[in-house]
Structure formats: C-alpha cells, structure tokens
Design a protein around this ligand. Structure first.
Ligand SMILES: NC(=O)c1ccc[n+]([C@@H]2O[C@H](COP(=O)([O-])OP(=O)(O)OC[C@H]3O[C@@H](n4cnc5c(N)ncnc54)[C@H](O)[C@@H]3O)[C@@H](O)[C@H]2O)c1
Ligand SMILES: [Zn+2]
Length: 360
C-alpha cells in the first residue's frame, strides 16, 4: 500500500510517499528526479544495506555517491566542505539532484549542502531511521552543528519529495528505533492527544514493529508535522512547539559531546523536564507526568537528565537556543496533553528547580 501526504507550501509544496519497499520502485522515485546528474549522500551503515537498491534507478544517469561516517559527529563544517568540494570536483551543476539517503544526520547535512551549493540545487529525502521518517525528513529544516551548539548553522530549504520506505527499518538497531519514538510521543503531547492514547494502547505492536502499526504511526506523525509546517514554515509561531523537550535535550547533547546520547534519548529526558516544569507552573497533574514516564520507559528511553550536567551548564547552553529573544530562555510547555505553548514568562527559580531535579 502506498500512502501519499502533501506538504502544502504554495510553490514549495511536495509529496511524502510512505510504503513498504518503495525505494525499489523506479517509476515512483523518478517522478521526483528529472536531473541527469544525481548525487547520493549516505553514511557507511546505510550504504551497506540500502545503497544498491537506490543506485539501480540511475543506471542511465551520471550518478555519484558520497559516504559519511555514521553518527552525529559528522554533522559539521568539515564534512559539509568535503561534500561541497566533492560536488565541485565532479562538476555537479545547478540542475543536479541530491539524494539524502539515511537518518537525520545525513538528511540535515545533505539538505544544507543542497541549500548552499551554487545557491541551491534540488534534493529529495529518503529517510531510513524512524526518527528521520517521522520527523527530520519533513519540513525543510537543514543544519550542521557548531561545537558550542546544535544546529546553529543551516537553512529552511524544502525537498522535492520524501520517500519513506518502512522496510528499511528492518535493519535499524533497536536503540535507534526507540530514539525515534521520542519524536512520535512528542506529536501526541503537543498536538494530538488521541494519537498519544493510540501510542499507549499499541506499545507492544510498535515494539514488535508490526507492519500496519508502523505504517499508521509514521503516517500520523507525518500528517502532524506536515500540518504544522504548512501553517508556519519558518517557525514564527506554532512550529516552535515541535521543539518540546528540545531546549533541554540539545543542552544534554551538547554538554555530553555529540553522539553520546542519541538525539531522541536527549529529547525524551527533555520532554520529562518540560512536563515537570509545566506541572510546577500549575498546568499538568502528577499522574500525567507518571503516565509519560512509563510510556518513554517502555521504549527504553531515559526519563531524566544525566547527573553530571550542572544547573549552570544547563542554563548556559539553553541560553544559546535559537528560540530565545531578548536574553530570556523560551520554552515549549504543555497546558494539557495535545495543547502546547511557548513562553518565557515564568519564575527563574522554577527553571532552576527543573534543571536541578533528576527524578520526576
Ligand atoms: N531537520 C529536522 O527537522 C530534524 C528533526 C529532528 C531531528 N533532527 C536531527 O536528526 C539527527 C538524528 O537523526 P537520526 O536519529 O536519524 O540519526 P542518524 O542519522 O545518526 O542515524 C542513526 C544511526 O542509524 C544508522 N542507520 C540509519 N538508517 C539505518 C538503517 N535503515 N539500517 C541500519 N542502520 C541505519 C546510521 O548509520 C546511524 O548510525 C540529529 O542530528 C537531529 O538534530 C533534525
Ligand atoms: Zn528532534
């Protein structure tokens, strides 16, 4: 079965295709790629499992492949420059299409390369992690990290299409699958309380990676993301709610060193911190915090920040968040499940208590 979701952004609109085995469907893939020159960007893990299937569509094209080392550590200037230089060395021109085949690291870096190479060339996303399939491949946020902060250099730059082949998840390690579940739970919390109930009722099927369950989970996540991105492409309002748990989470990733905790793991702990703070401000009740703690635990996700990060470190790192304006830290909090808001209107002591606290 093939599902199609539209990301509606006027002239920058594009389809998301979801289906089992679609990366082998030449006819479908070639609907979005009309260039003679194609550059496939991937990492060495994904290349082992899935590169051949994608390459075969381009036997009549000039097709180049660029392979990154796997992991967050590759999302940097050195690798970006290496990719851009590779493209120039191979005389890649402005009509070329870049293909991001991999997880969020490949998607973010390749997307930014597409945005910046000769002021912008076309690209498509072929996400192969759960996290990339439910989140990072949709919406056109591209970026690399600086040592001082995650995703600090990048662009909003939409792909031509997103091809989500759910069968690629079969080769994904469990820890990576679970990391993606943090973003899925996030959609339920910020925007879709019914989906949150559905996740809670389907934990075993999700963990077993039942085909129909996965299809629905990815589809509903993409629908949530597409709706939010269509309403606010450049994050001037509602799109910021997609950062639930991320201001805390990015601080964890940066403090520990990129790659120590997976992105979704840091987001899971960050979500718990945001829930705690929402409760402290009088919004949620304790039972709701416990409910989410249990849910995240079922996906083997951490529910508290690492002890070694000091409150001062947290505040210093969170002060560099892109959502901040006028020197105050803006946070995504919840009024209720499915009802997120962004605020910098809280007592500093409550934020301090949140980053000091390690048990909810
Ligand atoms: N742009 C956005 O909107 C957005 C949203 C959320 C997250 N992100 C970014 O995404 C990144 C995290 O992405 P990720 O979790 O996909 O990590 P990732 O890209 O590092 O992939 C995780 C690991 O899984 C391996 N892998 C990928 N697909 C595989 C497959 N099918 N089989 C076997 N191994 C496979 C990779 O080689 C890597 O080792 C972070 O940098 C985060 O900031 C971006
Ligand atoms: Zn995220």
């Amino acid at each position: 079965m093939l599902t199609k979701i539209n990301v509606s952004l006027e002239s920058r609109s594009y389809p998301i295709y979801i289906g089992d085995g679609i990366l082998t469907d030449s006819k479908l893939i070639l609907t979005a790629i009309h260039s003679n020159q194609v550059v496939i960007v991937t990492d060495s893990n994904v290349a082992n499992f899935h590169l051949k299937a994608v390459k075969q569509h381009f036997s009549k094209n000039e097709c180049h492949t660029f392979i990154l080392s796997p992991g967050e550590e590759s999302k940097n200037f050195v690798e970006l420059e290496r990719l851009l230089s590779f493209m120039l060395e191979n005389n890649i021109n402005r009509n070329a299409t870049l293909i991001a085949l991999g997880g969020g690291v490949v998607g973010d870096l390749a997307g930014f390369a597409a945005a910046s190479y000769q002021r912008g060339i076309s690209y498509v996303q072929m996400p192969t992690t759960l996290l990339a399939q439910v989140d990072s491949s949709v919406g056109g946020k591209t970026a690399i990290n600086l040592p001082l902060g995650k995703n600090m250099v990048g662009a909003f730059y939409q792909p031509q299409a997103v091809f989500i082949d759910t069968s690629t998840l079969k080769t994904l390690p469990n820890r990576e699958f679970n990391s993606g579940m943090a973003e899925v739970v996030k959609y339920g919390l910020i925007n879709d309380a019914d989906f949150l109930d559905w996740i809670g009722a389907n934990v075993l099927n999700i963990l077993a990676q039942n085909g129909d369950t996965l299809n629905y989970l990815i589809q509903r996540s993409c629908e949530n993301k597409a709706k939010i991105v269509s309403a606010d492409e450049q994050e001037r309002g509602i799109r910021a709610t997609l950062n639930l748990g991320h201001t805390f989470g990015h601080a964890i990733e940066t403090a520990l060193g990129y790659g120590k905790w997976l992105h979704g793991e840091a987001v899971a702990a960050g979500i718990m911190m945001a829930l705690f703070m929402s409760w402290k401000l009088g919004f949620l009740h304790k039972g709701q915090i416990k409910e989410i703690k249990l849910l995240l635990t079922q996906f083997s996700l951490p529910t508290e920040a690492p002890q070694q990060i000091t409150p001062e470190q947290f505040i210093a790192l969170m002060s560099k968040d892109k959502k901040n304006i006028d020197g105050s830290i803006r946070l995504v909090l919840l009024k209720n499940f499915g009802d997120a808001f962004v605020t910098n209107d809280y007592l500093k002591e409550i934020l301090l208590e949140t980053v000091e606290n390690h048990a909810y």
